[in-house]
Write a protein that binds this ligand. Structure first.
Ligand code: UDP
Length: 310
């Protein structure tokens, strides 16, 4: 099996590269290093079955030889990142997905799209099931990411229906773990960095908004299973254990005894989803998948990682 992973030098992408190598695949990692980093794949570069190509998938790409699978994970993915790079985000979700699908069609490869819980926007249905169409503000600050991913799902289904490309769509909910960037603006690295430095914890709004956090290796396992399944409609992968942002802040403060960090309430960003929790019935029944790492264990492993990069 030869597997191309776009965004392979990013947080989730680098864990995918590791898993597919461990499963015996040859892995071709594509990344333009906009938010990814060579450090994330440095330990893989001398593996004979691993190769790295610095390339922006929003530009057409040529890959020599056969390709069996294409996993399209390239995109800025934290709110701070896609606010800083709105056009690159729109391009990689649209042109990038088109190019990756074109490659899948030419190589007769299976195609797996990294989609997101952001397609549900600020959801009016809770928990979110795959048949919910969402509540997205197309012209708000998150529109560049949400609409790019909605377009990416639409073009993936079009290639599936019109060209017969074997496609999969994973809707990824909040994921965390080693190799997240400390400064990517997401809540978990932000709080962990703040607590380790003894700075105030920046809780946005009252902190009563909720998220549900999945440890990265659980996500990767769900993706690996989905690729093997014969199912082209979207599948949520996420950990349904829901927590408010304020509770998360308290859990992280409690992990660093003696920290000087206190809670600093800041403005809530526009269109910040109020509640988010995946309904994972489809992944459970279709893939036999369930998350295995609970938040206590996942947070512990992630804090250990952040200590090494602070
Ligand atoms: N958040 C926060 N403080 C921060 C960063 C984020 O309170 O320093 C909140 C944010 O408003 C949101 C939640 O944490 O409600 C998750 O934000 P994140 O940027 O991690 O991703 P999102 O789930 O919104 O895409």
């Amino acid at each position: 099996m030869r597997t191309v992973i776009t965004g392979g030098a990013g947080f989730v992408g680098s864990h995918l590269c590791e898993r597919f190598l461990a499963e015996g695949h040859e892995v071709v990692c594509l990344d333009n290093l906009l938010t990814g980093n060579r450090r994330n794949i440095a330990h893989l570069l001398d593996r004979p079955k691993f190769s790295f190509l610095e390339h922006n998938i929003s530009e057409p790409v040529a890959i020599d030889g056969p390709v069996d699978n294409i996993l399209h994970f390239a995109s800025p993915a934290s709110p701070a990142d896609y606010l800083a790079h709105p056009i690159a985000t729109l391009k990689v979700g649209s042109l990038g997905t088109h190019n990756a699908l074109g490659l899948a069609k030419a190589k007769n490869a299976r195609f797996l799209l990294a989609s997101t819980s952001e397609v549900y926007g600020d959801p009016e249905v809770h928990p979110q099931r795959e048949d919910y169409w969402g509540n997205v503000n197309p012209i708000g600050p998150r529109g560049c990411y949400d609409e790019a991913k909605r377009f990416a799902e639409a073009i993936t289904m079009a290639y599936h229906r019109f060209h017969g490309v074997k496609s999969r769509i994973v809707r990824i909910f909040n994921t965390y773990g080693p190799r997240m960037r400390l400064n990517d603006g997401r809540v978990l690295p932000a709080f962990m960095g703040q607590v380790l430095r003894g700075e105030p914890i920046t809780v946005f709004g009252k902190g009563d908004q909720t998220r549900s956090f999945c440890y990265v290796t659980d996500l990767v396992d769900g993706i690996y299973r989905l690729l093997q399944a014969d199912f082209s409609e979207p599948v949520n992968i996420g950990n349904p254990s829901e927590i408010t942002v304020l509770e998360l802040a308290k859990e992280i403060i409690a992990m660093v005894p003696g920290t000087k960090s206190t809670i600093d309430y800041c403005d809530l960003p526009q269109d910040d989803p109020k509640r988010r929790k995946p309904d994972i019935t489809r992944a459970q029944t279709l893939l036999g998948w369930n998350p295995t790492i609970d938040r206590a264990e996942g947070l512990k492993r992630t804090l250990e990682y952040f200590k090494t990069v602070l």
